[in-house]
Design a protein. Structure first.
Length: 404
């Protein structure tokens, strides 16, 4: 049974779309109790963990006034909503026990918005586009800092976030158009083919490019350009007597290497699903339920992993998480007070001696030390979709980075 649709499908796999007539989804759900438990854990971790990250963003005026801070906050919000959508989508956790609305306008809206899996995969596309914008923002911040100030203003960043949301939902509009309410069926949400098979193939290829290929290529190109630039800069710095500048770019190089590793892990996490469904679509092979489920769970895993990365690799987020648990905005220990948390940083900006250790000036990047807060910005951008083996590599690299 293929009621669990794949996000590259229109809205189910193209194999079903090529079948004559309507595709019936009134079958038993596959995956069993273990799948329900795993999805439940992912959903809870996504909601709770990303809620902490989003609260840190909301109460940090500095992050809300930086382009990358706005984008990271958007990622946390999207991942949190992904967890909510996993819970309320009938095909995932509740399944047969789901209380469906009666026939009529309510049932039709339910199938088009909830039953069609519109929300979880739209949030996935929004995350993809946000990551692409973040890679572009990081590229300009490092390679073209002067242009970065011109292009990535606060207002433009907010506009881009709105645009990303619109685009993420628009590329998934086929779920709304092809889903409908079918009476006397369990589940009642079914699919119908709106266009011919040949047009469906063409549409599948276009959506695959817009949803996955384009943002992935953007990410790869941007981080490759960053890596190439830093390598050249490091060579120049090694011949320079400015040890401060040289140390700063060595740290930048290590951070970029970390981003490259996590970017590779991100591709590993997404490409199996894309390669599998592309093969199924163009070879009209029978879909494998177990493989389908595995690649799908791997995608949903992305939504819950970020908060753990923030807490394990960055001291500042770790402090804020502990502060939230203790319902106060700063720590009592002298060391934390000396270095300052995000809350202290935003409220005590008049203390120049403390802020000099935390600020990163893009106007004169070569004359500033790279601090841990900048490491957070670079690492958090691409730690959202790594596999367990990449966590070990990231942690080792960060531990070897001489952050002040």
């Amino acid at each position: 049974m293929i009621y669990l649709t794949n996000f590259t499908v229109i809205p189910t796999n193209i194999t079903q779309l090529l079948l004559p007539g309507n595709y019936s989804s009134s079958h038993d759900y596959y995956g069993g109790l273990v799948t329900q438990i795993v999805l439940g854990i992912i959903a809870v971790l996504s909601i709770v963990g990303n809620m902490f990250v989003f609260v840190v963003f909301l109460y940090s005026p500095r992050l809300k006034n930086l382009s990358h801070g706005i984008l990271i906050g958007n990622l946390a919000l999207v991942d949190m909503l992904t967890g909510v959508s996993i819970i309320i989508t009938p095909a995932y956790i509740i399944r047969e026990n789901y209380h469906h609305p009666p026939p009529g306008i309510g049932g039709s809206i339910f199938c088009k918005i909830i039953g069609s899996e519109l929300m979880p995969f739209s949030f996935g596309f929004i995350s993809m586009y946000t990551l692409a914008v973040l890679s572009l923002e990081r590229r300009y911040a490092i390679v073209r800092p002067m242009l970065h100030r011109r292009y990535f203003t606060i207002q433009r960043s907010k506009f881009v976030v709105v645009l990303v949301w619109i685009l993420g939902i628009a590329v998934n509009i086929t779920n709304i158009l092809q889903s409908y309410y079918q009476e006397n069926a369990n589940p009642p949400c079914d699919w119908r083919l709106l266009v011919g098979p040949q047009f469906s193939m063409a549409l599948y290829g276009i959506l695959l490019f817009l949803r996955v290929v384009f943002p992935m290529v953007c990410v790869i190109v941007c981080y490759y350009d960053i890596l190439r630039y830093i390598r050249q800069k490091v060579r120049n710095l090694l011949r320079s007597i400015d040890k401060t500048e040289s140390a700063a770019y060595r740290i930048k190089s290590k951070i970029t290497l970390t981003c490259a590793i996590t970017s590779l892990a991100f591709l590993i996490c997404w490409l199996p699903n894309q390669a599998y469904f592309t093969y199924i679509s163009f070879h009209a092979s029978k879909i494998n339920d177990d493989l389908h489920l595995t690649t799908k769970l791997l995608i949903f895993f992305n939504s819950c992993i970020n908060p753990f990365i923030y807490a394990s690799t960055n001291l500042y987020y770790r402090r804020e998480f502990v502060a939230i648990f203790h319902l106060k905005w700063q720590f009592c220990c002298a060391d934390c007070h000396r270095q300052g948390s995000i809350w202290n940083f935003s409220r005590d900006s008049h203390h120049k001696s403390d802020n000099d250790e935390l600020k990163l000036s893009m106007d004169n990047i070569t004359n500033k030390e790279i601090t841990e807060i900048d490491c957070m910005i670079m690492v958090s951008t691409w730690n959202r979709s790594f596999m367990p083996f990449s966590l070990i590599g990231i942690f080792v690299i960060l531990k070897s980075t001489p952050v002040q």
